[in-house]
Design a binder for this molecule. Structure first.
Ligand code: UTP
Length: 295
């Protein structure tokens, strides 16, 4: 039985939807409450049993590499000032997992970013977690759910969830053949279809397990939507060679690469925190009241 040991986190996009915040810092480092987005994602990979992570970066993304490295100066300062809880928190991040990074030379699309992982992955199936998608499931992380599905079918698996009609044109959409109420065989895929042409409302949301055959396809893949090399197009070609499955995952999905998703994640995560809940809720309720009154 093949176990998924390697994960790739693409994080080399420009994050144009989050300018000016992303002018000189990676969007993957924007915090949800007080933790950078990419740390939630690496923690999900660790919980799913991943052993090595490769982050696809670019020259402006050193903050990501530094975040997962030790910071001896900071550790010294915290120790000297007897801030032991913070010291442990900072040290734990650098011990999470082995993190590698490679630079994508030009932001030519998600498909091109994944191709940069070819040498790291080698000849085994691997996971992809998008650097700006947080999915919460406290019992079983979505990547662990996908690993179970991979074990069942021994084929590539993408994570899907139903989305509202107005959102269909934002995602890769699956044409499904249902196996049971959670798993489907993917018959076809369309990147960002109009709602009228969409084969279903099942959207691919930020998590994948793919066989290494994808690299052979990406090497010759022409740019698609937006002039970018699209991963969805490569998976569509993969379908001609191998079976691909989709798993309807359990979990709350946040696209924190767009403003409204980022704001929602901050609210939900703050409301879950024992140290913030009460005060934050009072504040929110007061704001809503004042807002209504102002109108
Ligand atoms: P997005 O399309 O959400 O990222 O790609 P983006 O291009 O940075 O965002 P906008 O649309 O300009 O706001 C999904 C993931 O793929 C990475 C991104 O960093 C993000 O985590 N990506 C995208 C790359 O690594 N390289 C690329 O060329 C494009």
């Amino acid at each position: 039985m093949m176990k998924i040991k390697k994960a790739v986190i693409p994080a080399a996009g420009y994050g144009t939807r989050f300018l000016p915040a992303t002018k000189s810092q990676p969007k993957e480092m924007l915090p949800i409450v007080d933790k950078p987005t990419i740390q939630y994602i690496v923690e999900e990979a660790v919980k799913a049993g991943i052993e090595e992570v490769l982050i696809i970066t670019n020259h402006q993304k050193q903050a990501i590499e530094n975040h997962f490295d030790r910071s001896l100066e900071l550790e010294y300062f915290l120790e000297k000032n007897n801030k032991l809880e913070e010291l442990e928190m900072v040290r734990d991040i650098s011990k999470l997992i082995n993190i590698h990074s490679i630079r994508q030379k030009e932001a030519k699309g998600l498909g091109n970013a994944i191709l940069c992982a070819k040498c790291f992955v080698g000849d085994e199936p691997f996971a992809i977690l998008l650097g700006d998608d947080i999915i919460v499931n406290d019992e079983k992380p979505v990547l662990a759910q996908l690993c179970d599905t991979f074990e069942k079918y021994q084929s590539s698996v993408v994570a899907v969830q139903q989305v509202e009609a107005k959102d269909i044109s934002k995602y890769g959409i699956v044409n499904p053949r249902y196996i049971n109420n959670k798993d489907v065989e993917v018959i076809d895929l369309v990147e960002k279809p109009n709602v009228e042409n969409a084969p279903s409302d099942l959207a691919i949301l930020g998590r994948y397990i793919l066989t290494p055959e994808i690299f052979n396809i990406l090497e010759t893949q022409a740019p698609g939507h937006n002039g970018e090399v699209q991963l969805t197009d490569a998976i569509k070609t993969l379908l001609l060679k191998e079976k691909v499955y989709a798993h309807k995952f359990e979990g709350k999905y946040y696209d924190v690469g767009k403003k409204i998703g980022f704001l929602e994640a901050n609210i939900d995560f703050a409301l879950k925190r024992d140290d913030l809940r009460e005060e934050f809720m009072q504040m929110l309720m007061k704001k809503v009241e004042d807002y209504k009154f102002d109108k």
